[in-house]
Design a binder for this molecule. Structure first.
Ligand code: UT7
Length: 339
């Protein structure tokens, strides 16, 4: 049994905000943002766009690609879905319904089970492994859609320059099919490492609005619910999480970094990747970066990168690729995929 990725897709809102645009409004500069993060621009959703809208667009793009191989229409592939797993920290609605259910309805995927995954920026990595598990041994399910979708700019404190310059909106999706391998050797998703360290929960959180700190009747609120971050603590966690997770994935499969064609990291900060590459003793170009265009789109950053690479023809059949992520929770993880 193999869990192959047969389609990829992405969506980014048309609104594009450069560092200079931000510097015209808040106390920052293009030079600071570029040199501290590698970000040059971010895409920002308009008032009418929610996570499910971006998710749907990315999903339709991924389904269209998968449909070609299945020799059917994207609508038919959508209706054949057995499962939708959607990673997000910025759901359309608080708690219920899941954003996955909204996408399920819009796709007409009436036979699909649908659920959200809350694992911060590691959400897509958790989502892939969750989908493979639910398609796994003994299950009649064969076809899954895994999505990461975020509209972080709606939950940003624009008075906090240490966070507001970092985030962008977008979505990425993949179609995963359970296949019975005809060709020898491993293919598709072959291994994941998932982990968490809840002792770091305070370092990246939406402090207000949940059952710990609900908004009270009559309370005057001067800011929308927004993400707070202890940047230094998350940075240190991230560098260690990236290097340790890469080491674990390689050790579990008896591989070395030379066997890996490309590492696709969560796009949070180019400096995190540079520090990890230095620790691992590999060239930085072993890691793919597109943070300059999209900034940090949390759970969407890895599937957006996958789709960009796939459509560019940069992923060859048989290539061993690795995703690596970290984020709110704190969580971390990685997937090994034979393309
Ligand atoms: O995906 C979720 C996971 N999130 C992350 O992975 C983020 C991890 N953390 C980071 O990437 C980095 O810690 C940041 C990019 C958030 C911050 O970079 P830093 O090099 O750690 O900056 P800092 O917080 O130490 O701040 C250095 C200086 C401060 O000024 P002083 O006190 O030295 O005078 C800040 O006030 O930079 C100042 N600063 C800014 N200046 C201009 C902070 N933000 C800005 C800004 N523009 N946007």
């Amino acid at each position: 049994m193999a869990f192959e990725i047969t389609g990829t897709g992405m969506a980014a809102p048309s609104g594009r905000v450069t560092n200079d645009d931000l510097a015209a409004k808040i106390d920052t500069s293009d030079e600071w943002i570029r040199s501290h993060t590698g970000i040059e621009a971010r895409h920002v959703a308009d008032d009418t766009t929610a996570a499910s809208d971006l998710a749907l667009e990315a999903a339709v793009n991924a389904l269209s690609m998968a449909a070609e191989a299945r020799k059917e229409s994207p609508e038919e592939t959508g209706r054949s879905l057995d499962l939708i797993v959607l990673a997000t920290a910025t759901a359309d609605y608080f708690g219920c319904p899941s954003t996955a259910c909204l996408v399920q309805e819009k796709l007409g995927a009436s036979r699909a089970a649908a659920m959200d995954v809350a694992a911060g920026c590691t959400g897509f990595i958790y989502g892939l492994e969750t989908a493979a598990g639910l398609l796994g041994v003994g299950s009649e399910r064969r076809l899954a859609l895994v999505i990461g979708s975020e509209v972080l700019t709606k939950f940003t404190n624009w008075d906090d320059r240490s966070t507001c310059v970092l985030f962008g909106d977008g979505a990425g999706a993949v179609v995963m099919e359970k296949t019975d391998p005809q060709r020898p050797g491993k293919r598709g998703l072959i291994r994941s490492v998932l982990g968490a360290d809840g002792s770091g929960a305070e370092h990246l959180l939406f402090r207000r609005g949940g059952s710990r700190n609900p908004y009270k009747e009559g309370e005057t609120v001067d800011k929308p619910i927004h993400l707070e971050m202890n940047g230094q603590a998350v940075y240190n966690f991230a560098v260690k999480a990236v290097t340790d997770t890469i080491g674990k994935l390689l050790a579990l499969e008896g591989l070395s970094l030379d066997d890996v064609a490309l590492i696709i990291p969560h796009q949070a900060n180019a400096r995190i990747v540079q520090a990890a590459a230095k620790r691992l003793g590999v060239q930085e170009d072993k890691f793919f970066l597109n943070i300059q265009e999209y900034a940090n789109t949390s759970s969407a950053s890895i599937p957006i990168a996958l789709d960009e690479l796939n459509r560019r023809g940069a992923l060859k059949q048989g290539d061993l690729i690795m995703t690596i992520g970290f984020g709110g929770g704190l969580t971390y993880g990685g997937n090994l995929i034979v393309w």
